[in-house]
Ligand binder design. Structure first.
Ligand SMILES: Cc1ncc(COP(=O)(O)O)c(C=O)c1O
Length: 443
């Protein structure tokens, strides 16, 4: 009896340990997860507060450490107290929000947007973009993305069968402070990247992480290419309310012949400091919005209802509160404070005309050869090392810019670390104070 028990339990142990190894691979994962860097350790997990000293100031990931305005939060509370806002919304988005989007954006799109056919509420700009990829990409379709690119585009394209084709923005030569407008697309390079399989161009203006606000001439050159090759343009304009120095944000959808081939994606998360609310919208012609609606309906069905109501209030009441004017002024002051410190330190940077990011040139930073970088950083570019070094030696975290490039072009990004200034003024002051220590490591 005893013997039997022992034999049985030994067998069970062997089979358990065998099966434990096998069980990890019991269910094969989708091959699509092996594309678009979906399974690689992403930069947000590596440069995460959990890996850094507890008092390290996070200027890495681009989210605010302050709340949406109180009157917008109050509207969210009110919506939760109602019945209808706790239930499904129409997949297009709640009519009140679509109406508010129309009133808010009509003047900047120079047209009367149709709330039934030309506006679609999505779960953040991210899901709107994913739905556009799902709606329009066929297996093998090529999608042009300008580098550095927002990392979510990559799996969004590959999961839907698309093939990313990278066209870099080129910085001016030399490690000197420059304006983000000096980062340029080489139009010959863009034309050279086009094949009979090209379906779409992704544009991002104001640009993350460069801070570039594309000029009318630059957009016109891209538009001419899109028109010539019959391409869809996905215009990611989530930072459209953060454009500085009185520069104008230009929508490519407004250029001649571009409305019919452009979908513009926008974000309440960026506009109202509510990145966790996951509310965004897509604006475009019926022929592009209808298929995007079909995709979004099958992905999320609809976006969360109470926060759509709150965002509607945000757009409806923004002008009464001078909200966007004040917010822009605050961001511009923060940007100026940040760059004054960088000037004081003597480190070069790219002055952003839009967004809330500053790219600091790290090519003159000297780090000890034997610095104890972890395995995740060893073998990565100089920017990865500098960002790790800053977090531990200076107490401020930032993000390496080469992550926003394909392998072939990543050397362009290796000279830069991205800092975000969407933090409250006290946090930024403290971070600025710490950043002064960079001067000790400059060569
Ligand atoms: C360029 C760009 N596009 C889209 C998004 C995503 O916006 P949302 O949070 O509304 O999904 C971000 C967020 O960081 C971004 O930087």
């Amino acid at each position: 009896m005893c013997l039997t028990t022992n034999v049985t339990s030994e067998c069970e142990t062997a089979s358990n340990s065998r099966s434990r190894q096998d069980r990890d691979n019991l269910i094969a994962i989708s091959s699509r997860l092996r594309t678009g860097r979906a399974l690689t350790l992403d930069v947000w997990s590596t440069f995460n507060a959990a890996n850094f000293p507890p008092d390290c100031i996070n200027l890495g990931q681009g989210y605010m450490n302050f709340s949406p305005p109180q009157w917008v939060k109050d509207a969210a509370n009110d919506a939760l107290m109602s019945v209808s806002a706790n239930h499904y919304s129409h997949p297009r988005g709640r009519l009140r929000l679509r109406q508010a989007i129309k009133e808010f954006y009509d003047p900047t799109f120079h047209r009367s947007l149709d709330v039934d056919t030309e506006i679609l509420v999505t779960s953040g700009a991210n899901e709107g973009q994913y739905s556009v990829f799902a709606a329009f990409l066929e297996e093998g379709d090529e999608v042009i993305m300008f580098e550095p690119f927002f990392d979510q585009y990559l799996p969004g394209v590959t999961f839907n069968g698309g093939k990313p084709v990278f066209v870099p923005l080129h910085p001016p030569s030399g490690a000197k402070t420059h304006n983000s407008s000096e980062w340029k697309i080489d139009i010959a390079e863009l034309r050279g990247a086009i094949t009979e399989k090209t379906k779409m161009i992704i544009l991002n203006t104001p640009h993350n992480p460069v801070g570039k606000v594309f000029s009318w001439d630059e957009l016109n050159e891209i538009a001419l290419v899109a028109e010539e090759y019959n391409l869809l343009v996905l215009s990611d304009e989530v930072y459209d309310c953060m454009v500085y120095d009185k520069k104008e944000h230009i929508r490519i959808a407004n250029l001649p012949n571009m409305w019919d081939r452009t979908v513009t994606t926008l974000s309440a998360g960026k506009a109202f400091a509510a990145t966790g609310w996951r509310v965004g919208w897509v604006i475009g012609p019926k022929a592009l919005i209808d298929p995007t609606l079909a995709a979004t309906t099958r992905i999320v069905f609809c976006t969360n209802s109470p926060l759509q109501e709150a965002v509607a209030t945000g757009l409806e009441m923004a002008s009464k509160h001078d909200f966007f004017e004040n917010q822009l002024k605050e961001y511009e002051e923060k940007r100026n404070m940040f760059i004054e410190t960088l000037d004081h330190i003597g480190v070069s940077y790219c002055l952003p005309e839009g967004s809330y990011f500053v790219m600091v040139d790290i090519s003159r930073i000297s780090m000890p050869d034997d610095y104890p970088f972890p395995a995740t950083i060893q073998g990565r570019g100089r920017d990865f090392k500098a960002c790790w070094f800053f977090a531990f030696e200076i107490g401020v975290s930032c993000i390496p810019v080469s992550e926003f490039y394909c392998e072939e072009h990543c050397a362009i990004g290796e000279n830069y670390a991205r800092f975000c200034f969407c933090k409250d003024i006290d946090t930024l002051r403290c971070a600025m104070d710490r950043l002064k220590k960079i001067a000790n490591y400059l060569v």
